[in-house]
Ligand binder design. Structure first.
Ligand code: ASP
Ligand code: MG
Length: 476
């Protein structure tokens, strides 16, 4: 990146700001009247074994509406590709070669169970050969950042092409929509929703007779036209962007868990799925630790009013979680925890009765493109949390003139989310009543009616989640 941090800051425009304008433009270009589509996104574990891929064909062919299927890479693939890229970058080509060989063997085994007809077997073999030949060529050329993105893209390219080979073998009519032809990000890594909408509409117009489309999640082109991606876990984001771009009837995110749960199943014994969430509630949970949905995937669906459903591939009849503009249900719906938080306290008597103090502090974080999660203030001090330590040293240096700073590492944000919870005195009583024995470093209350956030030391995380599970939900 050649731009300075300062330039980037002043030029970036949140993509959702242009939503309405783009909608108008599309109606003018396409004349509107496109069929209502449905988006179904399947994660890595849902396509990670041949029998699972077989199974999702039965799910996607049940649909009445025209459908766009968005696929992740087979589980484990992107991790392996990251490892290959890192080894090549480090100059350890032998290690990279070994990982490539192991991955190729995995795909050979996968296709041997995926398809049976000789013509399909040949096609699947050709797909695998093509992508692994590419990886083996990369081994021989000099490494660059752009090349590493090309390596990462192989996972989704492989999964979608193999899925199409299987669809063909099953005689299911479909078309592959190459994500690299419509999904794009700008120079600040923000998706270009306007251009995505135009290109996608044009591609669909050309294939009006097709009812089932397959496309890659995660991958896109950047402002230089190179292959890039929407960051790890970004297939959800792709699905939401596609759903938004097409004003889809629904964006279904199929994973291996039956929706967003009320607590972290890795930490507490008993959790239950939350039936309904508003976008605002879901955004808090996705950001504050519920791993099931990529946090960035909320805004496109919310902005374009597309409901999102989180569903379980292994249990397709289960209700899962519906995320929509308005969600029923009152009270606390879920708690989530976000680890690796850093708290910074800035203390200064100059803050007393001063105005403009907070702005100056915020500007430091803005300059280093470091988002602030929680903030609490007193008359002479302000506490702020961040989760990205990349520019911590620089930030602390620039905060020096404002007063003394104290930094606490290894903090965890506990976010309690629900409908109007901050207004319900009973809830507050119950919440604090159930965690009285745990020291709390910060409380953020009233920022939104749906959320109360607590900052605690990471060592108390398990204990607090368990106590909240009991205190708020009556679960062990
Ligand atoms: N395959 C990518 C990853 O593992 C994208 C995704 O699955 O969402 O991060
Ligand atoms: Mg995911």
């Amino acid at each position: 990146m050649s731009q300075s941090v300062e330039e980037q800051k002043t030029l970036s425009v949140p993509p959702y700001l242009c939503a309405q304008f783009v909608n108008q433009l599309i109606i003018q270009i396409t004349g509107g009247g496109e069929p209502i589509m449905k988006v179904m996104k399947f994660g890595g574990t849902s396509v990670g074994r041949p029998e699972r891929m077989h199974h999702i064909v039965s799910l996607v062919t049940r649909q009445e509406e025209p459908t766009i299927v968005v696929l992740s890479a087979l589980s484990g693939t992107t991790n392996a590709l990251v490892e290959i890229g890192e080894n090549i970058a480090r100059g350890d080509r032998d290690a990279a070669r070994k990982t490539i060989e192991k991955l190729e063997a995995h795909y050979q085994q996968f296709i041997s169970e995926l398809v049976t007809k000789p013509a399909s077997v040949d096609k699947a073999k050709a797909v695998v050969a093509e992508h692994f030949e590419f990886l083996n060529i990369i081994l021989k050329i000099s490494f660059s950042e752009a090349l590493s993105k090309d390596i990462l893209a192989q996972g989704e390219l492989l999964s979608t092409r193999l899925f199409c080979v299987y669809l063909e073998e099953q005689g299911v009519g479909h078309a592959l929509l190459p994500a690299l032809e419509f999904m794009s990000i700008d120079a600040y890594d923000e998706p270009q929703i306007g251009s995505i909408k135009v290109k996608l509409s044009q591609l669909l117009q050309q294939r009006k007779e097709v009812k089932l489309f397959v496309t890659q999640g995660y991958i896109c082109r950047n402002s230089r036209g190179e292959v890039d991606n929407l960051k790890r876990g970004g297939s959800d984001y792709s699905a939401s962007l596609i759903a938004a771009a097409l004003n889809a009837s629904v964006c279904e995110i199929w994973t291996d868990i039956d929706g967003m749960h009320n607590n972290d199943p890795r930490v507490v014994k008993k959790t239950v799925p939350v039936e309904q969430l508003s976008f605002d509630e879901a955004a808090e949970l996705a950001y504050f630790g519920a791993k099931i949905l990529h946090p960035a995937s909320i805004w496109p669906a919310q902005q374009y009013k597309v409901p999102v459903r989180l569903l379980n591939t292994m249990q397709p009849e289960a209700k899962g979680t519906l995320i929509a503009e308005k969600a029923d249900g009152v009270g606390v719906k879920a708690v989530a925890a976000k680890d690796n938080i850093i708290a910074i306290r800035i203390k200064s008597s100059r803050m007393l009765l001063a105005y403009g103090f907070l702005r100056k502090i915020f500007e430091v974080f803005e300059k280093y493109r470091t988002p602030i999660d929680m903030i609490t203030t007193s008359e002479v001090a302000v506490s702020i949390t961040i989760d990205n330590p990349q520019y911590l040293k620089e930030i602390l240096k620039e905060l020096e003139p404002f007063g003394s700073t104290e930094v606490d590492h290894n903090q965890t944000i506990i976010s309690v989310v629900g409908n109007e919870i901050a207004q319900t005195s009973d809830i507050i009583k119950k919440l604090f009543g159930s965690i009285m024995n745990i020291p709390v470093r910060m409380v953020s209350y009233g920022g939104s009616p749906h959320n109360i956030s607590l900052l605690i030391s990471a060592e108390h995380k398990t204990q607090i989640l368990q106590q909240l599970n009991k205190g708020m939900f009556g679960l062990e």
